[in-house]
Design a protein around this ligand. Structure first.
Ligand SMILES: Cc1ncc(C[n+]2csc(CCOP(=O)(O)OP(=O)(O)O)c2C)c(N)n1
Ligand SMILES: [Mg+2]
Length: 582
C-alpha cells in the first residue's frame, strides 16, 4: 500500500484503467483531481455543455471499445448528463460518468448545487459506485470501470466532493477483464441441429456481434450456410455491405431486400440482438417478420433471451465465440439442408438485392400528397437524391453518426459500411441532438478516420454549440445539416393524423453556414445535387488539416414515411369547442 491523497488514488486508478481522455466542464468539486490529470497523461477535453461531454464519451467508447469518461460539477453539471447517459445506456456504451456531489459534511442541508445524484441515474446505469469513505475511492473507481465493460453500459461513480482530500493508504486496482464463453454445449447443439435442418436460414447481425468483435466469424458462418445476413436496426456496420450475402438493415426505412428475404426464413439466427420491438415493425407496408420461423437467439446477457420475440433456442454466450462454435458443429454434421438448395437461395438473394437497388436508384422523391405539393415549386434538393449523392461520396473508413429526424431516418437505406464500429446512430433512446457531439467523441478516439454527423436542422440548433469544442480543441469533424426548415419527423404526424394543423413544427432558420463561420469553423451551403459529393469530400479531406466543416444541405419540405405509424391514431374529441379538431 502507498500513502496518497484520494485525488491521487482516483487519478492513478483512471490511468491504470487506460484512461487518456476525459470530457467535461471544469468545476470546483473535482478541481483537486483535475489539477493532476495532465501529469497522469490524461487529456481533459472541455466541452460547451455537459450533455455534449457525455455524448462524446459515448462516441469515444463506441468506436474504440474502450471506456468513455465524463466528469462535471456537482448538481447542475451532473443533471446535464442525464439525457446523454440514458442514450449511452440504450447504445450499450461503456461510459463512466463521474459525478462529484455535495460534500458529506453538508449534505441534506440544502446547500449549494445539491441534489440526490444516485436516484437520478439509477435506471440508466448498469452500476452505481458511491464512495462512502475517502479510503475506498480507488476501489469504487476501479469497479465502475470493470462493470461498465462487463455489463456493457454506463456506470456512475459518485464522489462526495470533500472526499478528494486527506491521506489514505491504498492499492491501485488493476483492470479486471472477464472472458465470455460461447454458451452452454446443449444449447449450441440444439442451435446447430436447427441450422443444419433449415432450408432457408437467415442471420440477423446485431450490435452485440460488433461489440464481441465477431463480424468475421459471422461472415464465415454465413458463407458456410450460404445464408443471407441482415443488419439489425441501426447496426448497418454489423456485416460488410460489399459482401454478396449482405442484404441490408431491417427496421424503419430499412432494406426491402432484407425484409423480403427474412420473411421466407424457416430459421432465424439472431446474433447479439434483442430483436427490439421498434426494429422489427412492419416497414414499406411489408409485415416481414417470419411468424412461423424457429428463432435461435445468441446474447451474452441472459435477460435479453426471449425478451421480445418467442424463441426456440436460447444461447447465453458471446456472439463471436458462439458463431465459431456453431460453425464447428455444422462442419461436423453429415447433412446441411441449406447446402442442397443453395443455388436457388443465392439466386433469390441476388434478385431481391437487384430489385431493391433499382427501386432505391429510381426513388427520386416522396410521392404522397403533402410531399408533392411542397416540393413542386421548391428549387431545393429532394432529400433522397441528396442522400444518394452523399452515399456515393462517403470516404472508405468513414465513421458516421446520425440523429433523430425524418431525413436522418430515410438515410438508413443509404448508409453502408464494410467495417464494424463505423455507424453511431442515436439508438433506442432516440434523442435529438445526439449525432454531433457523438461524432466529436469518436474523432478523439479515432483521429485518422473521417468523421461525419448527419443532423436535421432542428436537432442541429440543439447541438451546434459544440462547434466551439471542435475549434478550440482542434477536433476536426464534418456535420451535414439537413435544412428543411421544420421539425420534419413530428410534422409528418401532423400531416398524417392532424389534418395539417401545424403546431410548433415550422422553423425559421438563420444561415447555419454563416453561424459556423462566425464560430471559427468552415461553413458551406449546398443547394444543388451536383455539389453534394464534392462538398462532402472536401470537408472530409479538410479534416486532415484540422478543419471542422458544417455542410448545410438545402432540402425541400417533403417527408418520408412516419416514424411511429404504430403509435398514433386519428384524434377523437368529445368537447364541443374542439369538435373541429379531428
Ligand atoms: C430531445 C428530443 N426532443 C424532441 C424529440 C421529438 N422529435 C423526434 S424527431 C423530431 C424532429 C426532428 O427535426 P429535425 O432535426 O429538423 O429533422 P427532420 O425531421 O426535419 O429531418 C423531434 C422534435 C426527440 N426525439 N428528442
Ligand atoms: Mg428539419
Amino acid at each position: 500500500m502507498a500513502r496518497m491523497t484520494p485525488s491521487e488514488a482516483f487519478v492513478e486508478t483512471l490511468a491504470a484503467h487506460g484512461v487518456t481522455d476525459v470530457f467535461g466542464i471544469v468545476g470546483s468539486a473535482y478541481m483537486d483531481a483535475l489539477d493532476i490529470f495532465p501529469a497522469a497523461g490524461i487529456r481533459f477535453i472541455p466541452t460547451v455543455h455537459e450533455q455534449g461531454a457525455a455524448h462524446m464519451a459515448d462516441g469515444y467508447s463506441r468506436v474504440s471499445g474502450r471506456h468513455g469518461v465524463c466528469i462535471a460539477q456537482n448538481g447542475p453539471g451532473i443533471t446535464n448528463f442525464v439525457t446523454a447517459i440514458a442514450a449511452a445506456y440504450w447504445a450499450h456504451s461503456p461510459v463512466v460518468a463521474i459525478t462529484p456531489e455535495t460534500g458529506s459534511n453538508t449534505i441534506g442541508l440544502g446547500g449549494f448545487q445539491e441534489t440526490d445524484q444516485l436516484p437520478i441515474f439509477s435506471k440508466i446505469t448498469k452500476y452505481q459506485g458511491h464512495v462512502n469513505l475517502p479510503s475506498r475511492i480507488a476501489e469504487f473507481t476501479g469497479r465502475c470501470f470493470d462493470m461498465a465493460l462487463a455489463e456493457r453500459g454506463p456506470t456512475q461513480l459518485n464522489i462526495p466532493r470533500n472526499y478528494f482530500y486527506g491521506d489514505i493508504d491504498v492499492d491501485i486496482p488493476q483492470p479486471r477483464r472477464v472472458e465470455l464463453g460461447s454458451g452452454g454445449p446443449n444449447s449450441l447443439d440444439d442451435a446447430a441441429r436447427l441450422l443444419a435442418e433449415s432450408e432457408f436460414p437467415v442471420i440477423v447481425a446485431g450490435g452485440g456481434l460488433i461489440m464481441s468483435g465477431g463480424v468475421d466469424e459471422c461472415v464465415r458462418l454465413a458463407e458456410y450456410l450460404n445464408a443471407p445476413v441482415v443488419n439489425s436496426y441501426l447496426h448497418n456496420d454489423s456485416f460488410p455491405a460489399t459482401h454478396p450475402l449482405w442484404c441490408g438493415p431491417l427496421g424503419y426505412q430499412g432494406s426491402k431486400a432484407g425484409m423480403k428475404l427474412i420473411s421466407q426464413a424457416d430459421v432465424v439466427l439472431a446474433l447479439g440482438t434483442r430483436l427490439g420491438p421498434f426494429g422489427t415493425l412492419p416497414q414499406h407496408g411489408i409485415d416481414y417478420w417470419p411468424k412461423d420461423a424457429r428463432i435461435i437467439q445468441v446474447d451474452s446477457d441472459h435477460k435479453m433471451l426471449g425478451l421480445v420475440k418467442q424463441i426456440s433456442v436460447a444461447v447465453c454466450g458471446d456472439a463471436r465465440t458462439a458463431s465459431s462454435a456453431l460453425l464447428e458443429r455444422l462442419k461436423a454434421r453429415e447433412r446441411i439442408a441449406a447446402l442442397q438448395n443453395k443455388d436457388d437461395r443465392l439466386a433469390e438473394i441476388r434478385r431481391q438485392k437487384e430489385q431493391w437497388e433499382m427501386e432505391l436508384g429510381q426513388w427520386a422523391q416522396e410521392t404522397d400528397a403533402w410531399s408533392s405539393e411542397v416540393s413542386a415549386d421548391d428549387p431545393a434538393m429532394h432529400p433522397r437524391q441528396m442522400l444518394r449523392e452523399l452515399e456515393k461520396a462517403m470516404p472508405d473508413d468513414a465513421m458516421v453518426s446520425t440523429d433523430i429526424g425524418n431525413i436522418c431516418s430515410v438515410s438508413n437505406s443509404y448508409l453502408r459500411f464494410n467495417k464494424p464500429n463505423s455507424f453511431f446512430a442515436a439508438m433506442s433512446f432516440g434523442n435529438c441532438g445526439y449525432a454531433f457531439p457523438t461524432i466529436i467523441g469518436a474523432k478523439v478516439a479515432a483521429p485518422d478516420r473521417p468523421a461525419v454527423a448527419y443532423v436535421g436542422d432542428g436537432a442541429w440548433a440543439m447541438s451546434m454549440g459544440e462547434i466551439l469544442t471542435c475549434v478550440r480543441e482542434r477536433i476536426p469533424v464534418t456535420a451535414v445539416v439537413f435544412n428543411n426548415r421544420q421539425w420534419g419527423a413530428e410534422k409528418k404526424n401532423q400531416v398524417d393524423f392532424y389534418s395539417r394543423r401545424f403546431v410548433g413544427v415550422n422553423l425559421d432558420n438563420p444561415s447555419f453556414a454563416e453561424i459556423a463561420r462566425a464560430m471559427g469553423a468552415e461553413g458551406v451551403t449546398v443547394d444543388r445535387l451536383d455539389q453534394v459529393g464534392a462538398a462532402l469530400e472536401k470537408a472530409c479531406t479538410d479534416q486532415k488539416e484540422g478543419k471542422t466543416t458544417i455542410v448545410e444541405m438545402m432540402c425541400t419540405r417533403e417527408l418520408g414515411d412516419p416514424f411511429r405509424r404504430d403509435a398514433l391514431s386519428k384524434p377523437v374529441r368529445h368537447l364541443e369547442k374542439y369538435k373541429n379538431f379531428v
